[in-house]
Design a binder for this molecule. Sequence first.
Ligand code: PHE
Length: 344
Amino acid sequence: MDIRQKIKEIENSAHEALSSKRAALADDLIKLKNDFLGKTGRISELMKGMRDVAPEDRPTVGKLLNDLRSAIGEKFDAAIEGAKAKELELRFKKEAVDVTMPGRTPETGAVHPNTLVKDELVSIFAGMGFEVFEGPEIENDYYNFTALNTPADHPARDMQDTFYISENLLLRTQTSAGQIRVMENKKPPIKILSPGKVYRSDDDATHSPMFSQMEGLVVDKGITLCDLKGMLDVFAERIFGKGVKTRLRPSYFPFTEPSVEVDVSCFECGGKGCRLCKGTGWIEVLGAGMVNRRVLEGCGIDPDVYSGFAFGMGIERIAMLKYGVNNMKLLFEGDIRFLKQFKD
Ligand code: PHE
């Protein structure tokens, strides 16, 4: 067959192939293009046939072949580009994200009100130079009672219903146990804050067998009850709000002398009397006092040189007052509907 005829034939079959493959994938079109224009493709085969063309015809036939090659090449390239664009468009459509669709928000937790109060207390007292010390929850009878001037058979032991593990070991009933551990190991000046869990066999709407306390202890030369009162005034305003005042009422703890019960003026009614303060205008928030000489002595601190004050408060009680929670159990149940309300 004449080479010109072959050229025509290839041209036709390329056109035919292209028009029948309109919906083909870019990859298939690339393969097809190779069949015509690749190293061993049909056009390369024809090129080899140039040897047999008469010399005077070579320039024209050569031009025909070159024209054919570039014409087919362009057509294939255009088809491939077109197919690629279509494929990309399809992919975009499939992968499209509807940014107007409402998102699925993962459930996140909230900081527990106990932790909120604890952190706030630590930050208030850290601002006054207190350091945090955490004692063990399982204590010796000595640290929880005896060293706190509450020897065996002391009637004050009945103030706290204790969980004993053995005769000598117990679940601490008060973070005051930590006072002794600190004073045994550190000489004045001492200024520590001791948060932690405590345990008492007690269970009702305002008591739980496990609850949390925050203990404070200051020992130095010349510490007086006025220092305690001044510091409590700062604490009360920071925790319960501006204008809240404190008052001290005489009380009894074996390890403090004198001992006081600390009230804050009712932040709900401003002191006029309401349901929260049971009409008294005052709310009891913590126990405190001047560290008993016997306790200092027992820790090797000379009570004629040094004096100190201590205070202890229930964190749950502060949280209940601050956030208006009327049942302590809410703080232990972990009900998400309750906890959610503390999200900021
Ligand atoms: N530990 C006492 C209690 O749990 C509170 C307290 C602490 C009192 C420090 C005085 C000084 O009741």
